[in-house]
Design a protein around this ligand. Structure first.
Ligand code: GLN
Ligand code: ZN
Length: 759
C-alpha cells in the first residue's frame, strides 16, 4: 500500500475550539475524566469525517496528529521519558502535571517550537530515566479510528528530534540526551511492532531538528544519528511502512543519507528548503511539501506543479504534501467575513487548513492524471495572484516612496555615551532604577467593560472612562510602591500585536481564525495583506493621560516590527525586510507623536526577535540585518535625551547577543530570572548600554522575597556595572493577579533600595 498525497498534520484544537473547552472544564473539575475523553474522541472522529469529506479518502491519507496538550510531551511519555517527580501520579494526571504543573509538582519547561509561535514541553532525561515503550495512546487511537471506519496514519515526533529537543534533569543538568538514542530506538521499535499488530499500514515520524542549525547538537551529528537509527528501524521485520518527514526547513544536507536508510517515504519542505542538486531517490516515495503549512495564503498551483515535476526528476514516486503540519493555521475560511471592499478580494487570496487540504487533493489529481486535468484550478489560482498584485491597498505609492527614500542615517542615533548622560540629566533617576515591562493585571471591571463594549451595552465614551480608571489605578499603585519609571499598564490592549494590527492599515482581523499557541491557549493572528501605514494614533493618548497623572516618567509602550510580523500571518509577495520597514515607519511616527506629547522614555518590545531567527545558519546574517535595521528605523528619530528601551523574552539569547546590542536601545530588559542570570555571562564586553535582567519570574504565581531578589541583583552586579543596571521583572504582568503583583513589586523596590545603600 503506497503513501498517498497527504497533509503532515491537521489543527488539533477543533473548528470551534472544542479541545480548549474540553481541557479547561476538565481541569476545573467541571467534567469527569470520562466526559473529557469522550469529548476528545468526538473531536477526533469529527476531524476524520471532515478530512474524508475534503477528499483524503485513500488509506493512510489522514494523519492522526491529535494530542491532549503537545506532541513532544506525547512522544516523551510514549518513550517513558517522565521526570521522577511525577512518579506518584497516574498517566493522564502525570501528563497534565508535566505540562502545567500543580501545587506540589513543578511543570516541565515550555519553549518555542522552531521558528513558530507554538510552544512545546521540553522533555527531561538523564542517565537513570527508565526509557521504554510506555504510553500506548498512539495505537489506541489507531484502533479507535479503524473501528469507526478510518485507516489513519499515526504521526509521532521522531526519536532524534525527541532527544535533540530534550534537556538534562535537575539531578544531571548537563546530561546529553542524545546519548540515550539507542534506548529510545528500542521503545520506538516496540511501538512499531504494536502498530503492525493493530494493522496500521503507515506511520509518520517527524524529524524537524534535521532542518535546523539552532540547536546545541550540530546538524551533521543529528543526521548521522538519524541515518543510523532509521536504518535500524527500517530493518525491523514487524513494522508498518515508515514515512520520515523533515518539516520546517531545508533538509537537503541530510536528504541522501535519509533516503538510503530503507524507510519507504521521505517528506521534504520545498518552500523553505529544496532538494539537493541531482539527487536520486529511486525506490522511495517523496512527499513533496508544496503547500505551506504555516501561512494562510492560497497556493500558487502553477509553481507547486513545477516543484512536483522537479521532484519527479529524482526518480522517486512523488506525492503532494504540506511543508509542515497545518496546526499553525486556522481550520477554515468558511464563515469568515471581512469588511467591504476587502472581503471579496481577501477570500480568494487565502487558504486555511481545509482549503489547503483541497489544494493537496487537486495537486494529487494533477500528479495522477496530468496537469491538464487541473487546468481550470491552475488558471483560477494564477488569476487570484494576478488580481491581488494590482488590488487596492496591496501597493501604496506613498508608502513605497517613503521606504525607497530611506537613508542609512535614518537608522542611526548619536553617540550612546553622550545620549546616556543627557538622559540621566533629564530623567534624574537613582542608581539601579526600578521599572516594569508594561502590562499590569487586568481587573475584572475591565474585562466586564470589554465584553459590554462588544455586545453594545457600553458605548465608546463609557468604555474610555473605564480605561482611564484602570490607568489611574495602575499609576497610583506604582507611585505608592515607589517605582522609578512608571507604565500605563496597557489596559487598552487585548493583545500586544492585534491591538496595533487593528489600528494600522494593511491588516485584516479574522473572527474565528484561532491557532493553538500551547495546550488550551489559542491566538487569533491578524493577516498582514497590504502595505502598512498609520492613519491614526496607535494609542499614544493613553500614555499621555497616564503621564498627566504623575511627575515621574511614564514609559510609552509599542510593539516592534519583528514581533508584529512573527505573531501575524505576514504577506509573502514582498521580502519580510520590506514589510518590517513599513511597520517601522508607522511606529517611528507614533514614537515622534509620543515625544511631542512629552513622553521621555519609550519602549519598543521585540520579544520575538529570537523566535524568527531562521533555522538555516546561512540565513542568519540577512535576517539579523533587516530585523535590527527595522528596530533602529522605528527608534532612531528621537531626541538624544529621549530614552529608548526594548524588551526581549523567551530565553536562548546568547546566540543573538550581538544583534541585541546592535539594536542600540538605551536600556534592554530581558528574561533572566529562571536561568539565574546565566545570560549575563555573554553580556560582558558586548553590551555597553544599560540592561535590566529580569529578577522576578512572572510566569509563576510565586512571590519572590526581598532576600532572593537582593541576591539576584547582586549576582547581576558581577557582570554589569552598577550604573548600567536596571531592576525589573522578567516580562509583563498581565497574566498575574493583583495580590502577588503588589507584593512582588514592593519586594523588588525594597531589594533595589537595599543594594543601593550598600553600593
Ligand atoms: N510590554 C509587554 C507586556 O508587558 C511585553 C510582553 C512580552 O514581552 N511578551 O505585556
Ligand atoms: Zn516578555
Amino acid at each position: 500500500m503506497t503513501l498517498p498525497s497527504t497533509i503532515l498534520g491537521y489543527p488539533r484544537i477543533g473548528a470551534n475550539r472544542e479541545l480548549k473547552r474540553a481541557l479547561e472544564s476538565f481541569w476545573a473539575a467541571k467534567t469527569t475524566r470520562e466526559e473529557f475523553l469522550d469529548a476528545t474522541r468526538s473531536l477526533r472522529l469529527a476531524n476524520y469525517a471532515r478530512l474524508t469529506e475534503l477528499g483524503l479518502t485513500e488509506p493512510a491519507a489522514i494523519p492522526d496528529t491529535h494530542t491532549y496538550y503537545d506532541q513532544v510531551l506525547d512522544a516523551a511519555f510514549l518513550a517513558g521519558i517522565i521526570p521522577a517527580r511525577f512518579a506518584d501520579l497516574d498517566g493522564l494526571d502525570a501528563y497534565f502535571a508535566a505540562a502545567r504543573g500543580d501545587a506540589s509538582h513543578p511543570a516541565n519547561e515550555m519553549t518555542k517550537w522552531f521558528d513558530t509561535n507554538y510552544h512545546y514541553i521540553v522533555p527531561e532525561i538523564d542517565s537513570t530515566t527508565a526509557v521504554a515503550y510506555t504510553d500506548r495512546q498512539v495505537v489506541a487511537r489507531y484502533t479507535e479510528a479503524a473501528e469507526a471506519g478510518y485507516t489513519v496514519r499515526p504521526v509521532v515526533v521522531g526519536p532524534v528530534t525527541l532527544l535533540a529537543l530534550a534537556k538534562g534533569t535537575e539531578r544531571e543538568p548537563d546530561f546529553d540526551p542524545l546519548t540515550r538514542i539507542d534506548d529510545v530506538a528500542v521503545a520506538y521499535a516496540a511501538l512499531l511492532a504494536e502498530l503492525q499488530g493493530a494493522g496500521a499500514p503507515w506511520v509518520q515520524f517527524d524529524e524537524p531538528t534535521l532542518a535546523t542549525d539552532n540547536l546545541p547538537a550540530s546538524r551533521a551529528r543529528l543526521t548521522e544519528i538519524a541515518a543510523r537509527v532509521y536504518s535500524q528501524l527500517a530493518s525491523l521485520e514487524s513494522r508498518p511502512q515508515i514515512f520520515l518527514a523533515v518539516p520546517y526547513g531545508d533538509s537537503s544536507a541530510s536528504f541522501e543519507a535519509l533516503a538510503a536508510t530503507g524507510v519507504e517515504a521521505i517528506g521534504v519542505d520545498l518552500d523553505r528548503g529544496s532538494l539537493p542538486e541531482g539527487a536520486r531517490a529511486e525506490g522511495v516515495t517523496l512527499a513533496a511539501g508544496v503547500v505551506d503549512g504555516r501561512n494562510i495564503w492560497r497556493t500558487d498551483l502553477r509553481e507547486a506543479a513545477d516543484k512536483l515535476e522537479r521532484a519527479r526528476a529524482t526518480g522517486a514516486r512523488v506525492v503532494a504534501s504540506t511543508t509542515t503540519s497545518l496546526q499553525h493555521v486556522p481550520h477554515t475560511l468558511e464563515g469568515e467575513v471581512w469588511d467591504e471592499p476587502l472581503n471579496a478580494n481577501l477570500h480568494a487570496w487565502l487558504a486555511f487548513a481545509d482549503e489547503k487540504v483541497a489544494e493537496i487533493v487537486t495537486l494529487d489529481r494533477g500528479l495522477r492524471e496530468g496537469w491538464d486535468a487541473i487546468d481550470a484550478d491552475i488558471a483560477a489560482s494564477t488569476a487570484a495572484f494576478e488580481q491581488r498584485a494590482s488590488a487596492d491597498g496591496v501597493t501604496v505609492a506613498s508608502v513605497r516612496e517613503r521606504t525607497a527614500a530611506l537613508r542609512p542615517e535614518d537608522r542611526r542615533r548619536g553617540d550612546a555615551v553622550l545620549r546616556r548622560s543627557l538622559q540621566r540629566a533629564r530623567l534624574d533617576l537613582p542608581l539601579l532604577p526600578t521599572t516594569t515591562i508594561g502590562s499590569f493585571p487586568q481587573r475584572s471591571e475591565l474585562r466586564v467593560a470589554r465584553a459590554k463594549r462588544r455586545s453594545g451595552e457600553l458605548d465608546e465614551a463609557g468604555y474610555r472612562e473605564v480605561l482611564k480608571n484602570e490607568i489611574r489605578h495602575v499609576i497610583e499603585l506604582q507611585e505608592e510602591i515607589g517605582l522609578d519609571v512608571l507604565v500605563h499598564g496597557e489596559a487598552e490592549r487585548n493583545d500586544m500585536v492585534q491591538y496595533f494590527a487593528e489600528l494600522l492599515e494593511g491588516f485584516a482581523v479574522t473572527h474565528n481564525g484561532w491557532v493553538q499557541s500551547y495546550g488550551s491557549r489559542c491566538t487569533r493572528p491578524s493577516i498582514l495583506w497590504g502595505d502598512v501605514y498609520r492613519t491614526r494614533s496607535l494609542g499614544g493618548e493613553w500614555i499621555e493621560y497616564a503621564q498627566s497623572l504623575t511627575s515621574k516618567p511614564v514609559k510609552g509602550m509599542l510593539t516592534g516590527p519583528v514581533t508584529i510580523i512573527a505573531w501575524s500571518f505576514p504577506r509573502r509577495d514582498i521580502p519580510l525586510g520590506e514589510v518590517a520597514d513599513q511597520l517601522a515607519l508607522a511606529l517611528r511616527d507614533e514614537v515622534a507623536d509620543l515625544e511631542a506629547k512629552g513622553i521621555t522614555v519609550i519602549q519598543v518590545d521585540e520579544p520575538a526577535l529570537r523566535e524568527l531567527l531562521p533555522l538555516d545558519e546561512a540565513r542568519h546574517e540577512d535576517y539579523l540585518g533587516w530585523s535590527v535595521g527595522a528596530f533602529r528605523l522605528a527608534t532612531s528619530g528621537v531626541r538624544e535625551d529621549t530614552q529608548i528601551h526594548t524588551h526581549l523574552c523567551y530565553s536562548e539569547f546568547n546566540q543573538i547577543i550581538g544583534a541585541i546590542a546592535a539594536l542600540d536601545a538605551d536600556v534592554t530588559s530581558v528574561e533572566a530570572a529562571r536561568s539565574r542570570m546565566e545570560l549575563l555571562e555573554s553580556v560582558e564586553g558586548t553590551f555597553t548600554n544599560d540592561i535590566g535582567p529580569g529578577v522576578w519570574d512572572i510566569h509563576s504565581p510565586r512571590v519572590p522575597d526581598t532576600a532572593e531578589l537582593t541576591d539576584l541583583i547582586s549576582a547581576a552586579l558581577r557582570n554589569v556595572a552598577a550604573d548600567h543596571l536596571w531592576v525589573n521583572p522578567d516580562c509583563g504582568l498581565k497574566t498575574r493577579a493583583y495580590a502577588e503583583t503588589e507584593q512582588s513589586l514592593r519586594n523588588l523596590v525594597d531589594a533595589a533600595q537595599s543594594v543601593r545603600e550598600r553600593l
